[in-house]
Design a protein around this ligand. Structure first.
Ligand code: FES
Length: 170
């Protein structure tokens, strides 16, 4: 992260903390914001957050390690979360998982080298009657088949390309 980007993030952290009166109820929203912006929570961001809320960095670290949607490792621009709970499992989740791994050339728990996709398993998404189900960021995909995986990945690749052309950072 560039020094200017860090400064920008730091000022956003301070602004948000101020809105919560520096009360720790604002900790999760701030962490979510940092995760969304930089796709992970860096040690520097944890320090900035600790300072903004006047708590120890170890406390921030504890919160980050508790919640699966927060991560100290940089995630992909698109996080694919495939449901591994029993109904989706029985509906063919394994074949979908294999196709995702083949298509992206990574295993679950990994991120593609270009930083575009991360593969993760998740528990029930509440779409059990339409499994296998998976999330790509906030988009839900249901009745996913290995064939559909190819189209879904392609649609996000195109979206990513469009964002790069419009000047969004990868
Ligand atoms: S079991 Fe997969 S969405 Fe419920």
């Amino acid at each position: 992260m560039l020094a200017s980007e860090r400064e920008q993030l730091k000022s956003e952290i301070n602004e948000m903390a101020k809105k919560f009166n520096h009360h720790r109820s604002g900790l999760i929203p701030v962490l979510q914001h940092v995760q969304n912006v930089s796709r992970h929570i860096s040690p520097e961001a944890m320090q900035d957050i600790a300072l903004a809320f006047d708590i120890h960095p170890v406390e921030v670290q504890g919160v980050v390690s508790f919640y699966s949607f927060l991560s100290t490792e940089k995630k992909g621009k698109f996080i694919i979360r495939l449901c591994r709970t029993i109904t989706c499992d029985m509906a063919g989740k394994d074949a979908v998982a294999r196709q995702l791994e083949n298509e992206l050339d990574i295993e679950f728990g990994e991120t593609t080298e270009d930083g575009m996709f991360t593969l993760e398993f998740t528990n029930c998404l509440g779409m059990c009657d339409q499994g296998p189900a998976m999330l790509v960021n906030d988009d839900i995909h249901t009745k996913v088949t290995p064939d559909k995986v190819v189209d879904i990945i392609e649609s996000y690749r195109k979206r990513f390309g469009a964002n790069v052309i419009q000047g969004e950072h990868a």
